[in-house]
Ligand binder design. Structure first.
Ligand code: AMP
Length: 283
């Protein structure tokens, strides 16, 4: 496994890698969710590149960029075991040298959900992913359904800008009690960790209602809200039942595939989760 920070060196190594090349972009502090993407990439690609970069431009001014968990030595140990070929760990100075002034932004589907709550977030995401794609020239790139809107935004960008990259969306990996794995779960104290299962309980209960025939979007949102509101440590930011294509709320009956999603503060920690009804996002 080769580790580098430098873009020129990365390009030289990339030129020697057998195709297809798979890229797994991450912000590090790796867990089984990330590793599931790496394993999928290893199964489908002859070479695997993992990038680790906590991207400052996707964090808002009052968000957790400075205290976002980081542990590169442990990440490298985990990746070594997965037979990754290259780990790219650029610095903010490499990705955003002084004078940087070019941005990539996707319009309509970044206006709702996470995009609405976190202004500028997706502009940071699409800009950095464009830069990662340009530097690593992957044939395939792997993203988690855990960040469903992010995956859809990147798929849109890839199509719109004709990046020759296949976007693969992988299922959300959960703890045994249903909590979606996330680097941010480390922020939770024991009481909050217990309370955090409420996101999955809300999604699961709404899915059961859907499976029993419920198609009214407002009812599904209410089912989730009722459960979330019963948890004293939870403060709901949004609960959504949206059209998977436009990410606009279904008003009455769901007509096709729906993305059920939510953002919830558990104490001071902001958690997101989602499921898809009527089909799958992940392959
Ligand atoms: P992050 O390091 O949080 O930026 O995540 C890097 C990639 O891993 C993104 O594509 C995420 O959607 C994905 N990911 C994060 N958590 C999970 C999870 N629990 N299951 C599957 N994929 C995940």
């Amino acid at each position: 496994m080769i580790t580098t920070t430098n873009i020129t060196e990365l390009r030289k190594i990339r030129a020697t890698l057998p195709a297809p090349v798979g890229l797994v972009p991450t912000m590090g502090y790796l867990h089984e969710g990330h590793l599931s993407l790496v394993r999928r990439a290893s199964q489908e690609c002859r070479s695997v590149i993992v990038s680790i970069f906590v991207n400052p431009t996707q964090f808002g001014p009052n968000e957790d960029f400075a205290r976002y968990p980081r542990d590169i030595p442990q990440d490298l140990q985990l990746l070594e075991k997965e037979n990754v070929d290259v780990v790219w760990t650029p610095t903010p100075e490499i990705m955003y040298p002084s004078g940087f002034q070019t941005w990539v932004s996707v319009e309509e589907i970044t206006k709702t959900l996470e995009g609405k709550m976190r202004p500028g977030h997706f502009r940071g995401v699409t800009t950095i992913v464009s830069k990662l794609f340009n530097a690593t020239q992957p044939n395939r790139a792997y993203f988690g359904q855990k960040d469903a809107q992010q995956a859809l935004v990147i798929r849109q960008m890839t199509e719109d800008l004709n990046f020759p990259v296949e976007i693969v969306i992988c299922p959300t990996i959960r703890e045994p009690d249903g909590l979606a794995m996330s680097s941010r779960n480390v922020y939770l104290n024991p009481a909050e960790r217990k309370a955090a299962t409420v996101l999955w309980r809300a999604l699961y209960t709404a899915r059961q209602a859907y499976e029993n025939g419920e198609r009214n979007a407002k009812t599904l949102r209410e089912i989730m809200l009722d459960i979330l509101n019963k948890e004293p440590l939870a403060q709901v930011q949004y609960v959504s039942c949206a059209d998977i294509h436009t990410l606009l709320e279904w008003e009455d009956q769901i007509q096709g595939m729906a993305l059920l999603s939510m953002a919830v503060l558990i104490g001071k920690t902001r958690l997101i989760d989602n499921i898809v009804l009527g089909g799958t996002l992940s392959q």
